[in-house]
Design a protein around this ligand. Structure first.
Ligand code: GAL
Length: 693
C-alpha cells in the first residue's frame, strides 16, 4: 500500500514537472498572443477580428478579463453563451485561449447590494463602483462572490481543449489607492499578527513598543499602522509587518482563486499578471501556486529615463530585471502578458515610442528567456476609460497600426528562429563564466523605503545601478530569493541587504570560502529581520565576512555631493556612504576624496577561503563607480568582461545572440565576422534589435 502511495506521488511529481513544457514546448521557444474584449464589440465583427488575429500569426487570444457584468449580469444568473461563441471562433481559427477571472471589476449589483466589499482608503473613504481593483480581497463576502463566479467559469471551461490557460484577476493591487483599511482588512491583519507572534508580549518586544507608550494590552487593540492617522512617522517594525502582511494577503487571495479553479482545471495552466516593479506585492510568495509567471510591461509611460531618447524607449534595466526575477520562480516559464504596442493613455504624458522599439522589446523578452508575450490589446477603444490607447489595429478595427506591424515582424522572427532551434545548446563558456546571482528580498526594500534616513536614497535605483553595471559586462543574471542555491554561481551580488540573520551570514561566508565572489553593498547587515539594530558595534555581524569594520556612515543634504576615488578616477556620491575600516590584509578598492573622513575606505575586497567578499560602501550618483568596480572584480575573478555602452544589451538564449539598443546612438553588435545575422544588421539604431548565430 505504502509503495503504491510512493509511486503515485512520484508519478504526480513527474507529471507536474513535465506539464509546463507540454504547455510551452521548448522548441517553440516563445509564443505571441493578443488581448481581445468581444463584449465591447458588435457580434457581427467577432469573426472578422478573430480570423484577422489568426492571419497576423498570433497563436493565442486573451478573453474575459473584466467581463463579470457579462458572465453574471444578475446575482446567480450566469451567462457564458457569448463567451462560448468567442472560444468557438478561436477553435475554428486554430487559436488557443487564455481566460481571465473577472475579479478585478465587480458588477454594479454586487457593489450596491454589498458596499462593504469595497476597499477603504487610508483617509477613511470607502471606494465606489465604476473603476477597477477597488474591491477588498480581505472581505469574506467578496471572496464568496468571487468563488462562485470563478467556480462557474471553471466548471464550464475546464474541459474545453481550446482553453489553454487562466489568468487570475488583473494586476492585483489597488494601484495608487494603496492598501485597504477596511474592518475586514484590520481583522485579517490582527489574525496574521496573532499567528506570527502568539502573544502580545512578543509583539510589543519586536515592535519596540516600550518607546512612546506604544504598548498593547492585547492584539485586539492593534490597528494597521496608517501614517494618515499619526502625527509622527509610524513605528518602523509595525510598518515592516504591515508590508509583509499585505503581500501575504495578496498571495493568499491568488492562492484562493487558484484553488477554486483547480477543483475542476487539470490540464490548463494558471498565472496572474504581476505589475513590473510594483513593490507592494511579492511574486515570490506565489511561486508554488502558479504554473507560470507573467507580468505587465509598459516601458514608455511618461518617464524620462536616460539620454535624449529614454522617454521613447523606457528603462531596459527595470524590464530585464523583471524577466530575470520571474524566470527564477516556480516552473521557470515567464513572459509579459501585456505589452504596449504604442502610446498608453494613463501616464501624466503619453509619448509615441521610438519606431522599432516595440519589436526590440519583444525580441529582448525572447533573449531573456520569455516563453510568451501578449500584446495589449487588439482593438483601439472608441469609448470608455482607455481612449487614446494605441493597439494592434487602428480605430477602424482592421488597419494595422505601426506597433501592430512591429508585432508581426516579431512573430515572423520567432517563426524563423524556430526553424533553427536545437535543443539543449549549452551557453558559450566565457559568457557563462560571468553568470551572476542577484539576491533580492522585498523586505529589505520595504524597510529601507519606510525608514530611509535620507530622502536621497532610492532602494530600487541602488539595486538597478548594479544590475545595469552587470549588463554592461554582458553578465547573464538570475535574480534569486534566499531559498535558492547560491553555489552554482561564480558571482553573487546582494545590494543593500539591510535585514540579515546569522544563518544567512554563515551561508554567504561559506559561499565565498568555497570560491565564490560575493559583492555586498552599503546598508547591508545593519538590522536583524525584525528591523531592529544589532546590540553590537554598527553592522558588526558582517565584519568577519567583509574583513572590515564600518564604524560610521554619512549622508549628504541635497545640493552637496561628496567625492570618492578609485584607480585614479574620481566619482561623486550624495545618498549613502559607509566609512569602512579594512582589517589587515583586506584590500582597499576605493576611498573618499573629501569630507572629514578623506582617505578612508569606500570599497574593499577581502580574501575568504578560495573566494572573496567585496564590500562597496558608497552609492555613487551616476552608477559609474559601481560599473568600474564590478569590471575590476570580474576581471580579477577570471572572467573576461566586455564593456558595452550603458543600455546596449546583449543576451544569449538557445543558441541565439540578441542585441537591443536603448541608447541614443547607433551601436555595432559584438558579432564575429562569420556570424549569421538573422534579424537586423551589424549596426543597429536606437530602438533597434539584431539577432545572430
Ligand atoms: C495595464 C492594465 C490593462 C490596461 C493597460 C492599459 O496596466 O493591466 O488592463 O488597462 O494597463 O495600458
Amino acid at each position: 500500500m505504502k509503495l503504491r502511495i510512493v509511486i503515485a506521488t512520484l508519478l504526480f511529481a513527474a507529471l507536474c514537472a513535465a506539464q509546463p513544457n507540454q504547455w510551452f514546448p521548448p522548441e517553440q521557444m516563445m509564443t505571441i498572443g493578443v488581448y481581445y474584449y468581444p463584449e465591447a464589440w458588435p457580434e457581427s465583427q467577432w469573426e472578422r477580428d478573430v480570423s484577422n488575429i489568426k492571419k497576423f500569426g498570433f497563436e493565442y487570444i486573451h478573453l474575459a478579463e473584466f467581463a463579470w457584468a457579462f458572465m453574471e449580469p444578475e446575482e446567480g444568473r450566469y451567462e457564458f453563451g457569448w463567451l462560448d461563441k468567442s472560444v468557438d471562433l478561436a477553435r475554428k481559427y486554430g487559436l488557443k485561449v487564455v481566460l481571465c477571472t473577472p475579479s478585478a471589476t465587480q458588477p454594479a449589483w454586487l457593489a450596491r447590494n454589498h458596499p462593504d466589499i469595497l476597499m477603504v482608503r487610508a483617509d477613511g473613504t470607502r471606494l465606489n463602483h465604476g473603476s477597477r481593483e477597488q474591491a477588498d480581497w480581505s472581505s469574506p463576502v467578496y471572496r464568496r462572490y468571487v468563488e462562485k463566479v470563478v467556480e462557474k467559469m471553471a466548471e464550464h471551461y475546464a474541459g474545453n481543449p481550446t482553453v489553454w490557460g487562466w489568468q487570475l484577476d488583473n494586476e492585483l493591487s489597488h494601484y495608487g489607492a494603496g492598501m485597504s483599511y477596511s474592518p475586514a482588512a484590520q481583522q485579517r491583519f490582527r489574525d496574521w499578527l496573532r499567528e506570527k507572534y502568539g502573544t502580545v508580549e512578543r509583539l510589543n518586544r519586536d515592535w519596540g513598543n516600550s518607546f512612546w507608550s506604544q504598548m498593547y494590552n492585547n492584539i485586539d487593540q492593534v490597528q494597521m499602522p496608517n501614517p494618515q492617522e499619526l502625527v509622527a512617522g509610524a513605528n518602523p517594525h509595525s510598518m515592516l509587518d504591515l508590508h509583509r502582511w499585505f503581500a501575504s494577503e495578496a498571495a493568499d487571495y491568488l492562492r484562493f482563486q487558484a484553488s477554486v479553479l483547480r477543483r475542476h482545471v487539470k490540464n490548463q495552466w494558471i498565472t496572474t499578471n504581476f505589475m513590473m516593479n510594483y513593490d507592494l506585492i511579492n511574486p515570490a510568495l506565489s511561486e508554488k501556486d502558479l504554473d507560470i509567471m507573467s507580468f505587465t510591461m509598459y516601458p514608455v509611460s511618461g518617464g524620462l529615463f536616460r539620454g535624449q531618447l529614454g522617454f521613447r524607449m523606457g528603462d531596459p534595466a527595470a524590464v530585464s530585471f523583471t524577466h530575470d526575477f520571474l524566470r527564477n520562480l516556480g516552473s521557470g516559464i515567464e513572459g509579459p502578458m501585456e505589452l504596449q504596442p504604442g502610446q498608453v493613455n494613463w501616464a501624466p504624458v503619453n509619448p509615441w515610442p521610438q519606431p522599432g522599439v516595440v519589436h526590440a522589446w519583444i525580441m529582448r523578452a525572447f533573449g531573456l528567456g520569455a516563453r510568451l508575450v501578449c500584446v495589449y490589446r487588439y482593438r483601439q477603444p472608441l469609448a470608455g476609460d482607455e481612449l487614446y490607447h494605441k493597439t494592434m489595429v487602428e480605430p477602424d478595427g482592421v488597419t494595422l497600426a505601426p506597433g501592430g506591424k512591429e508585432f508581426i515582424q516579431s512573430i515572423k522572427d520567432v517563426q524563423l528562429l524556430r526553424t533553427l532551434y536545437k535543443p539543449n545548446v549549452p551557453p558559450p563558456a566565457d559568457y557563462n563564466a560571468r553568470r551572476t546571482a542577484f539576491l533580492y528580498n522585498f523586505e529589505n526594500r520595504w524597510d529601507m523605503e519606510n525608514h530611509k534616513q535620507t530622502i536621497r536614497w532610492d532602494s530600487f535605483d541602488h539595486l538597478l545601478k548594479y544590475y545595469r553595471a552587470l549588463k554592461t559586462l554582458m553578465a547573464p543574471i538570475d535574480v534569486i530569493t534566499e531559498e535558492k542555491d547560491f553555489s552554482k554561481y561564480p558571482y553573487l551580488v546582494a545590494p543593500a541587504y539591510q535585514l540579515i540573520d546569522k544563518e544567512l551570514i554563515a551561508r554567504l561566508t561559506r559561499y565565498a570560502e568555497n570560491g565564490g565572489t560575493l559583492i555586498l553593498t552599503c546598508r547591508t547587515g545593519q538590522k536583524d529581520r525584525r528591523g531592529q539594530i544589532w546590540e553590537s558595534l554598527w553592522a558588526e555581524p558582517i565584519y568577519d565576512l567583509i574583513g572590515a569594520a564600518i564604524p560610521k556612515y554619512d549622508v549628504l543634504p541635497e545640493g552637496r555631493n561628496g567625492k570618492v576615488s578609485a584607480a585614479g578616477k574620481e566619482y561623486e556620491w550624495g545618498s549613502w556612504a559607509d566609512i569602512i575600516e579594512p582589517r589587515p590584509g583586506t584590500e582597499m578598492l576605493a576611498s573618499y576624496a573629501d569630507q572629514f573622513y578623506k582617505g578612508s575606505a569606500a570599497a574593499t575586497s577581502h580574501r575568504l577561503g578560495k573566494g572573496r567578499a567585496v564590500y562597496v560602501g558608497v552609492d555613487s550618483l551616476s552608477g559609474e563607480l559601481e560599473a568600474d568596480l564590478l569590471r575590476t572584480v570580474y576581471a580579477a575573478g577570471g572572467s573576461k568582461p566586455t564593456r558595452l555602452p550603458l543600455n546596449f544589451m546583449v543576451d544569449w538564449r538557445d543558441g541565439f545572440w540578441v542585441a537591443t539598443n536603448f541608447t541614443d546612438n547607433d551601436q555595432t553588435i559584438p558579432a564575429p565576422a562569420d556570424a549569421k545575422i538573422l534579424t537586423g544588421s551589424r549596426t543597429i539604431p536606437p530602438g533597434g534589435v539584431a539577432i545572430w548565430q
